[in-house]
Design a protein around this ligand. Sequence first.
Ligand code: FEO
Length: 383
Amino acid sequence: MNITNDIKYIGVNDHKIDLFEGQYIVPNGMAYNSYAIIDEKIAIMDSVDVNFSEEWLGNIEAALDGKAPDYLIVQHMEPDHSSSIRHFAEKYPEAKIVSSSKAFAMMKGFFGTDFIERQIVVGEGDTLSLGKHNLTFVTAPMVHWPEVIVTYDSCDKVLFSADGFGKFGALDVEEDWACEARRYYIGIVGKYGVQTQALLKKAAGLDIKIICPLHGPVLKENLEYYINLYNIWSSYGVETDGVVIAYTSVYGNTKKAVMALAEKLEEKGVKVALNDLARCDMAEAVEDAFRYGKIVLATTTYNADIFPFMKEFINHLTERNFQNRTVAFIENGSWAPMATKVMKGMLEKSKNLTYAENEVKIMSALNEESEKQLDALAQELCK
Ligand code: FEO
């Protein structure tokens, strides 16, 4: 597949993977993108997961018509992109490896060698000329690891964006971009909003016509749409008006309360996203929490603490710097309810959270009093 006259796609689709990065379900598989820039000199942009080394090396051969690449540019050392480097290095012993100093240190860790004889170390603003394609390297620490560089080709106005603008899903499956790009970004890079904002600022100074990420489709049109979403996500802004209800329920009584709340909110025209934390994809629930402006946390008091799935959920939020949201609480407890107190304690260090004034306390099952509290909360949340 040609991206431009000189840039070819040489990546692979993975439909065998069970959990991406050992935790994320990827029902539509995963793409590990790689690109060849063919000029007087030839550069390969990143490698692929080691399970696809052979296919990738075959793609390189086909794209280059038997020519040998001069450079392998390593933007990111996470193994989904780096674990075929050794195979490349063996097949093309003359090729130089271009990367950041931190990435070479990681190569030593992964491969026992940092390819010292073949290294070209690059940092912020360094350039590499392939002929008419002049590449400029831009550091992007923590998007998604500390060694990351992204690469700008001023000839075709292409930004090779590493994990940035990536998504879950293989490229031979049609699906909405934002849904799986959001789940990917919030799950994997969500903690590093400040660093992503810094990269977006640097990118704003470049004339970009095409974005070539390491996952997901090449972005060629309407780039403002993608950049705007990245700006919202990385600044912890609200993307969609509505209320997320994240809950756990042991015997169905807490569920009954959240269903009643959802109905009340929907009657008032509020968009509601419901997540049963014991059964849903946790990454999808986390994504929702960062998408909407308001969240209701509903759970049971359990072992003088809270139900385990809610604990895990709140940990996912706080470790990703959850902030700028309205949070409401529903607690259930048959003899000593304390879930709201525990949840508030877990969120103590989160910035700019507003707690709803109306809280709901359920003593085992909804009654007249807790029904009234639900009404009051629904009223408050739709303001
Ligand atoms: Fe796609 Fe951070 O690796």
